[in-house]
Ligand binder design. Structure first.
Ligand SMILES: NC(=O)c1ccc[n+]([C@@H]2O[C@H](COP(=O)([O-])OP(=O)(O)OC[C@H]3O[C@@H](n4cnc5c(N)ncnc54)[C@H](OP(=O)(O)O)[C@@H]3O)[C@@H](O)[C@H]2O)c1
Length: 208
């Protein structure tokens, strides 16, 4: 059974890695996809290829740290396709390193993208989901939040914060309108290690 066909799915962090692969697969299976990320040329190339393969796609420049960008991404889905079934909050960065390095800027950046970015998506899509009477939030968290290891404390903290928000949201959705899913991949070979500033760690990285 293909329960993806005809669905409208918006994906943040769709310009590479897991988000890009998710977009391509969903489009192949008949979903209309709405792509968001900051690297617009990448999004344009991916959208062109999806379209060439017969897929339905639209993209919007999206920085998840900006609430208005998520409003625009969700708006693109409803304007172009009439609804939004799923928002995949996937954008993420990994500025890993020992806490003792006191990389306060890296901590803030991870909180802004990994946590605040997902909250901005919820703020943008929740009213639409409630109006429609259905909607599904999916997020890419991490096994790093399940098994805590050195150098990943703050990264894991952001992922566990997202897991907590999604569980709270699920519990609050007593009428069944809102569904939530947190996906926890282990290591996937993507561009995620490019966001690691510590060169020694980046070199030995098995990205979280
Ligand atoms: N790779 C792994 O082993 C692994 C394991 C578990 C979980 N994860 C999680 O999976 C998710 C996807 O990561 P990936 O591995 O596919 O890495 P990736 O290839 O680096 O993809 C990260 C995506 O996030 C986007 N992004 C980063 N900052 C953004 C911002 N401020 N606004 C909007 N988009 C932003 C990037 O696009 P732009 O730069 O174009 O904006 C890119 O599309 C992340 O949440 C990551 O934490 C990865």
């Amino acid at each position: 059974m293909n329960n993806v066909e005809g669905k409208v799915v918006a994906i943040t962090g769709a310009s590479s890695g897991i988000g890009e692969a998710t977009a391509r697969l969903l489009a192949e299976r008949g979903a209309s996809v709405v792509l968001g990320a900051r690297r617009v040329e990448r999004l344009d190339d991916i959208a062109r290829e999806i379209r060439a393969n017969g897929g339905d796609v639209v993209s919007r420049p999206t920085d998840v740290t900006r609430r208005e960008d998520l409003e625009r991404l969700v708006g693109a889905a409803t304007e172009r396709f009439g609804s939004l079934d799923v928002l995949v909050g996937n954008a993420g960065i990994s500025k890993i390193g020992p806490v003792a390095d006191l990389d306060a800027d890296g901590w803030s950046a991870m909180i802004d993208v990994n946590l605040r970015g997902v909250l901005h998506g919820i703020a943008a899509a929740l009213p639409v989901f409630r109006r429609q009477g259905r909607g599904h939030f999916v997020t890419t968290v991490s096994t790093a939040g399940l098994k805590i290891v050195p150098t990943m404390a703050v990264y894991a903290a952001t992922k566990n914060a997202v897991r907590t928000v999604m569980e709270g949201l699920r519990q609050e959705s007593t009428d069944g309108v809102i569904r939530t899913t947190s996906v926890s991949p282990g290591f996937v070979d993507t561009e995620l290690d490019s966001s690691i500033d510590d060169t020694a760690l980046r070199d030995q990285s098995e990205a979280p």
